[in-house]
Design a protein around this ligand. Sequence first.
Ligand SMILES: Cc1cc2nc3c(=O)[nH]c(=O)nc-3n(C[C@H](O)[C@H](O)[C@H](O)COP(=O)(O)OP(=O)(O)OC[C@H]3O[C@@H](n4cnc5c(N)ncnc54)[C@H](O)[C@@H]3O)c2cc1C
Length: 353
Amino acid sequence: MAMLTAFRTTTLPRFSSSIFASRLVSTLVVAEHEGGSIKGSSVSAVEAAKALGDGNSISVLLAGSGPSLQEAAAHAASCHPSISQVLVADSDKFTHSLAEPWAGLVHIVQQKGGYSHIIAAANSFGKNILPRAAALLDVSPITDVINIFGSSQFVRPIYAGNALCTVRYTGSSPCMLTIRSTSFPVPAVSANSRSNEAPISQVDLSTFGEDSVGKSRYVQHTSQDTERPDLGSARVVVTGGRGLKSAENFKMMEKLAEKLGAAVGATRAAVDAGFVPNDLQVGQTGKIVAPELYMAFGVSGAIQHIAGMRDSRVIVAVNKDSDAPIFQVADYGLVGDLFEVIPELLEKLPEKK
Ligand SMILES: Cc1cc2nc3c(=O)[nH]c(=O)nc-3n(C[C@H](O)[C@H](O)[C@H](O)COP(=O)(O)OP(=O)(O)OC[C@H]3O[C@@H](n4cnc5c(N)ncnc54)[C@H](O)[C@@H]3O)c2cc1C
């Protein structure tokens, strides 16, 4: 069984990456796609793979079926200069991201490719697939990585982000990671900047075991309004908490988001109260966001919520309780009633062009 050695907490150490530079690194990025494009969080996983070492050969694995898979493969082949090849598994077994068939796919691709690392984004896609694939490969995955030092040393938050833990991977290959995409932004010059396209090849599925199919069943996929930016990568996020008091009142947040071109977020209390679906939840057990502007209305600032938004560049909080912990992390705080503040904002903000 693979071993993880946690050897230090707190601030980031300065390790020389040369300790591990002599190892050959090749990485498989398990990528998610939608509407014919590879998702931004998966491109961040490619960016993270770059940090594993010079000369890292990075392969991107895409699976699914139909024309949108082929479009996504073409997009993946040209979306980042560090991608060496795109592997495509075309089968209706992978149309939905069910963990069992996808983990089986990662297993056979790893058996053939012998990658030293396998990476996916730490979102519902990666968190669903990677642990199961790791179990099939008999290694321990390292989750929620926010910094990479060479091929074996990784930093990840613990205690809801209150401490950083540096772990050294001493297990066998492959070393499997999920990464926080907000910690590996893709520089504008890297995105879509390659002059030639990476080769695309089909995965040979002849050894794919049918026993992984049918263990879980796809029911339906509900997704937020596609007109809005994705919560995980939006530049502006407006979040409502229990202070909004009802699903009806939460519509004010949507109007505000519309004016600001923002994504809507929510606390777990707001989700549990049924104001909004749980894919809007920000926090330790929700999405991790790091927008340029994060606006929190009627949010107390519980540690589990802060864990998901503390890396936002500017935090604005509106709360009627001046002692609310959210003010400890806010750059701008307004002690006031959100039912007065939001309508005033809606009135004074110009319409989005
Ligand atoms: C294991 C675990 C995981 C968790 N994961 C998450 C997570 O991922 N994300 C998350 O958010 N929570 C998470 N929680 C829950 C978390 O502990 C808090 O319960 C939750 O964040 C509180 O949400 P809230 O701020 O909306 O509600 P509350 O704590 O009830 O705060 C409501 C706030 O609204 C203010 N308010 C009320 N009326 C008004 C008004 N008219 N105008 C202005 N302000 C007003 C109040 O002063 C108060 O500060 C988790 C908890 C546990 C135990």
